[in-house]
Design a protein around this ligand. Structure first.
Ligand SMILES: C[S@@+](CC[C@H](N)C(=O)[O-])C[C@H]1O[C@@H](n2cnc3c(N)ncnc32)[C@H](O)[C@@H]1O
Length: 522
């Protein structure tokens, strides 16, 4: 059959992201796993009612043109869109990631608002594009997938409960895939048209900001899964870190009585154990900001156990903090800058500081792998992936050098910049912890997230096996080494002027309440 002209979905994706609507099969599955039966029931009811209202024959013709859709696909994508939207909003706004029954009702009030304005076309087109991207990426990655493996999702979406036959029919009908017999076994392979479509879809997903948003969400979901294990893994792998945190606290020179924003406060190791909260004292206050509820849960426990009364927790990301200009005397980040978009985070910090206020960060410098040959050998498979970034084009790294940091700070208008390089002692002979850290904490996150599911599992197994073998061969001592990290401190110029504003704090909670009441009144 002739190839069907497929829609460009960049604008659809932009529109949905702009409305905080997100479609992602992995996040959807992660959320579905923990859904309670009442919420599950409400979800099904809402999806059916939503489609009955909006997915009319005219809407279908208008949205998809000649592109066919079969069976349950639209129902399933809407379900996934609702679940992953809930997860994403949870991550960004500090709401529960898994909605309860009421949460499902509220979510659909908001989805209906979007559908009233734009129809249901953007949801369906964007979702089908993401699914096509996942399918084509996996089939291409494995050089063809056996038809029965594809249908069960074994290699790329093992959590699906129904065979993926509807999706396969679409791909065959539009000409992105074909069936080929290999020694009498039916394989699905990507056609030339499908290859071109994959390049074009990757570009659209990248341009709309979808891929980077997904990577951030998965990043955060990983931190969330680590939660309480974080301290223990970190302590074992980087035993010198507590001492360096103490040096960093001295370096920050926070005054008692200061109002401090700590970004990426995690489990509260710096806030509580190192003593940031104690340093600002009862007259001061620390707003501890982190996007991971699980990490924050541990931090809350720490604060309670120490009986501290000057720490407030805030869910969110350093790139966008819901406080007015000039709200803080100091913004501090301990081992978190390299998880943010540094340019945005430091520009936001600048806005938040009073004139003369200080920003201080402790972050990892890029690693020179030549200096750690056993580690280089261990992670060679990941390094190879970095040299051949896939179509999605993630090549930028988040680790700033000292020069990058200095340049960025002066471009953003900071003054009195101080930089200090420090050394961290690593002990990475504990193979499982190291691989978990590589998976969730490291610069390789992006490569991982671009892999189809089974390839990712294979890579983890490979890294575990390589690690065990290398530790056996070289002995534990070879896995102790130093890496470089750095501190900076800089100030917002004392001459800056802050525009006058009304009311001091605009909280996420207030923004959320306003959105919900707008939706309810509509
Ligand atoms: C390596 S931990 C550091 C935690 C703590 N500051 C410490 O010293 O142990 C990094 C933290 O940054 C958080 N994080 C990730 N992305 C972030 C973002 N965009 N903005 C703020 N924090 C972020 C993670 O949730 C995690 O808790």
């Amino acid at each position: 059959m002739a190839n069907v002209e497929l829609p460009d979905v960049t604008e659809d994706l932009r529109l949905l992201l702009g409305q905080a609507v997100f479609f992602d099969p992995w996040l959807g599955a992660l959320t579905e796993r923990d859904l309670d039966p009442r919420a599950e029931f409400a979800l099904e009811e809402h999806v059916s009612a939503f489609l009955a209202q909006y997915w009319t024959a005219q809407e279908k013709a208008r949205s998809l043109g000649a592109m066919p859709v079969y069976g349950q696909v639209v129902h399933d994508v809407l379900r996934t869109a609702a679940l992953s939207t809930s997860c994403m909003r949870g991550v960004y706004e500090g709401l529960p990631r898994v909605p309860d029954e009421d949460g499902v009702h509220r979510l659909f009030v908001e989805l209906a608002e979007v559908a009233d304005m734009h129809g249901v076309g953007p949801f369906v087109r964007a979702a089908l594009a993401v699914l096509a991207y996942e399918d084509l990426l996996a089939i291409e990655y494995f050089g063809g997938i056996r038809e029965d493996d594809f249908l069960t999702g074994r290699l790329h979406r093992p959590w699906v409960e129904r065979p993926l036959d509807d999706e396969l029919s679409v791909m065959l009908a539009v000409g992105t895939c074909e069936i080929a017999l290999r020694e009498d076994v039916r394989f699905i392979q990507v056609t030339d048209y499908g290859k071109a479509r994959l390049v074009n879809l990757s570009q659209a997903l990248k341009d709309a900001g979808y891929l980077s948003r997904r990577v951030q969400a998965l990043y955060i979901a990983h931190f969330d899964e680590q939660g309480a294990d974080y301290d223990h893994i970190f302590d074992r792998l980087v035993p010198s870190v507590p001492a360096v945190r103490r040096d960093f606290l001295e370096f920050c020179r926070v005054e008692p009585g200061s109002r401090v924003l700590e970004i990426g406060s995690g489990t509260g190791l710096f806030t509580v154990e190192t003593g940031l909260a104690a340093r600002v004292g009862e007259a001061g206050i620390v707003y501890a900001l982190d996007p991971s509820p699980e990490m924050t849960l541990v931090a809350r426990r720490r604060v309670r156990e120490k009986g501290l009364r000057n720490v407030r927790f805030l869910f969110g990301r350093a790139e966008q903090v819901p406080f007015e200009d000039g709200s803080f005397d100091a913004v501090i980040g301990c081992l978190s800058l390299h998880f943010t978009d540094a340019q945005q985070a430091l520009s936001e910090a600048h806005r938040l500081l009073v004139p003369g206020g200080s920003v201080s960060m402790f972050w990892s410098l890029p690693w020179d792998l030549k200096r750690i040959p056993v580690f280089a050998e261990w992670i060679a498979p990941l390094q190879r992936m970095m040299q051949h970034p896939k179509e999605s084009g993630f090549t930028d790294r988040r680790f700033l050098t000292l020069d990058d940091a200095e340049k960025l700070l002066s471009e953003l208008g900071y003054v009195d910049i101080e930089l200090r390089e420090v050394q961290l002692q690593h002990e990475i002979h504990h193979v499982e912890d190291t691989v978990r850290a590589i998976l969730s904490l490291s610069i390789y996150q992006r490569e991982f997230e671009q892999l189809p599911w089974a390839a990712r599992e294979d890579l983890i197994r490979l890294l575990l096996a390589r690690g065990e073998e290398l530790v056996q061969r070289h002995g534990r001592a070879a896995f102790s080494f130093l890496s470089s990290a750095a501190f900076f401190r800089a100030r917002r110029s004392p001459q800056d002027e802050i525009p006058r504003q009304q009311g001091r704090v605009l909280s996420l909670e207030r923004m959320r309440r306003e959105r919900i009441s707008r939706a309810a009144n509509a």
